[in-house]
Structure formats: C-alpha cells, structure tokens
Design a protein around this ligand. Structure first.
Ligand code: MP5
Length: 201
C-alpha cells in the first residue's frame, strides 16, 4: 500500500509530531494563551492558502469520485474558517497579521505541488490532513469535553473528518508510489514539525 509505505518511511518523524510540546501541552491544558493565539493566527493564513490549493487540486482530479471527496473537504472549510474568525474575535487577535516566512513557504509549497500533477498533489493533501487528524485525535483522547479547544478538536478529530482522511488515503493508494510522491510526503512532514516549532518556540 502506498500510504503504508509513506507512513512507515516517516514513522519516527510522525512520533515527533504527536509528541510535540505544542500537542502535549494542548492535551495537558498547560499551553500558554499567547502560544495558542500565535498558532491560531498563523494557521488561519495557512487554511486560506490551503483552500486555494484544494481548489487547484480539484481541477486536476482524475475522476468524479475524487472530485467529490475534495468538494467535501472544501465545504468543510466554511465552518472551519468561521471557527477561526469567531475564536480570533473572542481572543482579540488580528488575523491580517503578517505570517512567518516558514508559513509563507509551506503555504506556497501546497499550491506549487499541484504543478507536479495529481499523484503528488493528492499525496500532499493526504499528508497535511493525516498529520492534523492524528495530532488532534491525540489531544481529543486526553482532554475532557470542557476544554477551551473543543471547537478545534472537533474540527480535526470528528468521525466525519476521520472518514475524509481515510478517503484521501484510498485515493493515494490508487497511485503507484513514485520518488516524487515520497519527496512530497517527507517535505510535508518536515513542514508540519517546523510549523509546531514555530508557534511553540
Ligand atoms: C492543517 C492545518 C489541516 N490547518 N494546519 C497545518 C499547519 N497543517 C494541517 O488542514 P485543514 O485545511 O485545516 O484541514
């Protein structure tokens, strides 16, 4: 299986994502408010870029079933962006703040990956979503329902999101693994770790 090979190749880095202090401290309820605020502001920029990426990737989807899966992902971004806006307003955050260069780099890479074609683009999409699902599912499993992060936890660890990530994995598994796909997957893993470091450091 293509996804199994990709995940196995990055097993140690994947553990580092799940054990990252941002994830661990969010779970433990000991994350400083300013750190979460920083994440929220940076991630909002990321999600706006991600939406353009998803739209561009839909254009090169090989069939109606793939397009339908991606359309579901696009639809989910509407309530997700509302969540960011509501939380930012409550926290008094300026979502138009200039993002970090790392974030600009990661966000630009998403769109650039579509130029490499569908197999690379769908690999990038799967890696991005799987990384968030696994991280937020681990937060979900160690926090109660009264956590201040409930909206975000639900967004990326709901049964619906889990099913969506599985569908993305099935689309990746239709593809024969290529070095370009491995490079893309590994790059997303490095970006994910660097993103957590950025907001937590
Ligand atoms: C996602 C995200 C998940 N919001 N931020 C990072 C740094 N990685 C992955 O993407 P989405 O569009 O919020 O589901």
């Amino acid at each position: 299986e293509t996804t199994a090979a990709l995940l196995t190749g990055q097993a140690r880095a994947w553990q580092r994502i799940l054990a990252h202090p941002f994830v661990a401290r969010t779970s433990a309820g000991s994350l400083p408010k300013a750190t979460f605020d920083r994440w929220l502001t940076e991630d909002h920029y990321f999600v706006l870029s991600f939406r353009s990426f998803l739209e561009a990737l839909s254009e090169v989807a090989p069939g109606d079933d793939a397009r339908k899966v991606l359309a579901g992902g696009l639809a989910a971004l509407v309530p997700e962006l509302e969540l960011f806006e509501t939380e930012a307003a409550e926290r008094g955050l300026d979502l138009t703040a200039e993002p970090s260069l790392l974030n600009v780099g990661y966000s630009s890479y998403l769109l650039a990956s579509v130029q490499e074609g569908w197999p690379v683009g769908i690999t990038v999409l799967y890696a991005v979503e799987k990384a968030y699902y696994d991280a937020w599912a681990s937060v979900r499993d160690s926090t109660g329902p009264d956590t201040q992060y409930a909206g975000f936890i639900a967004n990326w660890s709901s049964p619906e999101f889990s099913a969506y990530v599985d569908q993305l994995g099935e689309l990746v598994d239709r593809e024969e693994l290529t070095p370009a796909m491995t490079r893309a997957f590994d790059r997303v893993v490095r970006f994910e770790l660097a993103f957590w470091d950025l907001v937590h450091g």
